[in-house]
Ligand binder design. Sequence first.
Ligand code: ADP
Length: 336
Amino acid sequence: MSQDKPQQGRRIAVLTSGGDAAGMNMAIRSVTRSAIDHGWEVYGVQEGYAGLIAPREQGKIRRLRARDVGGILDTGGTMLGSARCPEFADPEVRRRGVANLESMGIDALVVIGGNGSQTGAHVLHEDGVEVVGVASTIDNDLLGSDITLGADTACNVALDAVDKLRVTATSHRRASIVEVMGRDCGYIGLTVGLACGAEAIALPEVDMSPEEVATRIEDAYRRGKKHAVVVVAEGATHGGAALERILIDEYGERIGFELRATILGHVQRGGAPTVFDRLLGARFGAHAIDCLARGETGVLVGLRGRAVQTTPLSEIIGKIKPLDMSLVELARVLAR
Ligand code: ADP
């Protein structure tokens, strides 16, 4: 965007895309009200890129006023809805989205989402649309933000569930194997595993055989522990099979503890956003509007250290943020 465009009355749009994450609503609220503070009009695109490319008459792009984004900051999910839209990778399909924006006089777009969504934002920017991304995914696998919007809440929800499972596991001298989300990234698994003192943490980034996990549970039993917890990141599969299945089927007899598997699944997305995610959503959304106001586009808004900063989308797409391996070692040392 050129800085010499008239700013008063400017029209911008905001969408959420990919997996929903707690704090997205706060980010939508912040984008909307910060833009209104600049004297701009804001439009919410429903259902992510699918809504952007939908025929105009379907009404997926609607004006958001300050009151429209009230009463949402304490809820997870996204008031705009989200969707996966694989066809958005097709330039011809994207052109329909660009045409929709142009026909409504909208000259910029804020994309709140994770890795895939920011790839979409990047190609859209290359198509000539002024786009600013906001780093939001529970997986926390996005480069350009030390922590992404929604990851803290997802970890807290998962941790709360694991803490509860431990209570019942202790009463029955069981081992709880808990699968947490995170796609190919072990961030939630590692964070929750470390925070709950898991006996073993299975992560896609770390090569750990089922035999080794079984041995750790067995050792805990022999040391007289009343329970054991194994946190398994969803991406930590072996030969395509879920680790919990292998443990129960192949090692169930020898381990000592009775094994019980729980897949937390989408419950992790449903929590009320934590204080951390609410503040992050508020700061990210306002920063995205600052970027648009000064003509800084094609960037991702994220947290670096304690500061909200931007990174060019071209530098982050197609890459995955590496896990902090020092925490993997710390978790191993502390699980005695
Ligand atoms: P997340 O943003 O949470 O990582 P996805 O990976 O499912 O979620 O991506 C969300 C959406 O982003 C996809 O459904 C698609 O619309 C868009 N997207 C993903 N990859 C691309 C791409 N290479 N080009 C254009 N759009 C993409």
